[in-house]
Design a binder for this molecule. Sequence first.
Ligand code: GDP
Ligand code: MG
Length: 441
Amino acid sequence: MEHNFDTIVATATPLALSAIGVIRVSGTEAYNIVSSVFSKKIVPKYINHGYIVDQGKKIDEVILLPFVAPHSYTGEDVIEIQTHGSPSVINSILELILSKGARMAQKGEFTKRAFLNHRIDLSQAEAVIDIINSKTSKSAQNALNNLEGYLRDKINNLKNSLTDLYAKIIASIDFPEDVKEIDKETIVSICSDKITEIENILKNSKSHDFIRDGFNVCLIGKPNVGKSSLFNALLNYSRAIVTPIEGTTRDTIKETINLDGYLINLVDTAGIRDKNGVDLVEKIGIDNSISAIQASNIVLFLFENTKLEIDDKLLNNSKDKSIIYVKTKCDINDFDVDDDVIKISSTTGFGIDKLKSKILDVIKTVIPEETDYTTNKRQQYCLLSAKNSLSNIIQTSKFTAEPDLFAMDLKSAIISLGEITGEVFTDSILEDIFSNFCIGK
Ligand SMILES: Nc1nc2c(ncn2[C@@H]2O[C@H](COP(=O)(O)OP(=O)(O)O)[C@@H](O)[C@H]2O)c(=O)[nH]1
Ligand SMILES: [Mg+2]
């Protein structure tokens, strides 16, 4: 596969008023290009202070950080230019550098080069985008573990033992006189062990999406039961409009909160009631409420007097969801409730902390406490393919002891694992991964 390693440039910071802006240049011409616009001779590996100059005219006073290949983010010669954070200054410098022969970097191209130059593997490249996109400390921490090679090491261990087995099988086929054939019990036992290891890695599959994208929690109940008040109480500020008039919330409102490091996407819905006799705008709100349930992981069912207030149709829509029952307005209307009900008052704040811990309890049933790395959909798919190939070997072994047949599936398993770390990759895999990056990373 041919890869173009010309010199690329992009801003690494947003084009917005800020204290500093960072422009990054990477490639064999990085030093020549930046030298042609810098007021002094660049001293590699030192912090350089000077001016960016265009035909004798100073554009900005800057700091240069010149890295030397292969000791840089991309593995190439890299110069980072710290400018003052004015969008117009940053644009002028960018244009100047482009005019000297650099090319504008594509999305994620710096990280893609780090991968192609063997600085990082593919699972680490994916961790970079996860860190940038992380919305809570937990998702950042898990992504950082992957960046440090957590997943890569697990996959490489698996791959190494399978490669070792593969080599022995092939040697016994190629040199039957010299190399003793491995008995099929040994092959089956190694494959079973590796299937268990893969299953252990996949155990956390669900966690990845939840930790990165958050849990969807929606508030459902009759009009005026106190959904918007609870929404505001959980957010800690008045986001949704609260009035004594039924049907005040006509559209779903979404906000995110950080609950003990977990991201919660909270959805306040319009009250559900019989569609007949309700005006059109509210009808749309009601349908949105049903969609909100369907898109949720956790549904908070609110009632004021009895659980029976909750519509059967809605309960049916929530069959595969985690449900938490909430009795509202306990400051004015309090009575004993079932054990599975959390009593609250959004007005006084009573029970809100208890409700938060209940939500956390539910989350922890989905995400095991010890999660310290995650896998994304692509990686899970590769792991499942590897597992299928190993299961095939176990199946095949019931009918034959023919080593060629084991070798084929073993090779497929090794290739699937290699796709996770990027030992095996195609342009379209790279395109899929790096198109999710921002320019400049
Ligand atoms: N006393 C009391 N009133 C509440 C409480 N929560 C909501 N309300 C009142 O109930 C009415 C409806 O509240 P709202 O949150 O808009 O209900 P929604 O239609 O379910 O969103 C408003 O007048 C609120 O002030 C509460 O905990 N205690
Ligand atoms: Mg409301």
